[in-house]
Write a protein of this length. Sequence first.
Length: 156
Amino acid sequence: MRLRTLLRTAAPVAATAVLGAAGTKPDSAWYRSLAKPTWQPPAAAFAPVWTSIYALTAVAAARTLDRLDAPGRRRYAGLLGANLALNTGFSWAFFTAERPRLALADQLALEATTLALVRRSASVDRAAAAMLAPYALWNAFAIALNADIVRRNPGA
């Protein structure tokens, strides 16, 4: 993996983290009023989980990009960009717009793009694909959590 490539993946991943955090409002009256499942992790768990996922994503993407030909790099970079936009979009749809159903649709698209990143990475670098696996697993968990919040709060 080249440092230059890592810097090119780390910058948009970091921007995603910052923009997503800006749209996340777990202390809002609206969010606090929602009925949530008992199995929801504590708020303190989210920052370390996402920090790890973002770091792994930047490294995995850099490793993958360095192993693809030019057309493959363009396709992978486009897929990564779509994934990061969906990642940011969830926070804004759920917490800022207060639309958990829209956020759930976003999460389903996010998971599809995450799994596509895993598949494309696996075709050239199994270690990179393994680094993306926690992202796919966390997204699957987040989908279940959000779906349960939607179920418990039909008016939200």
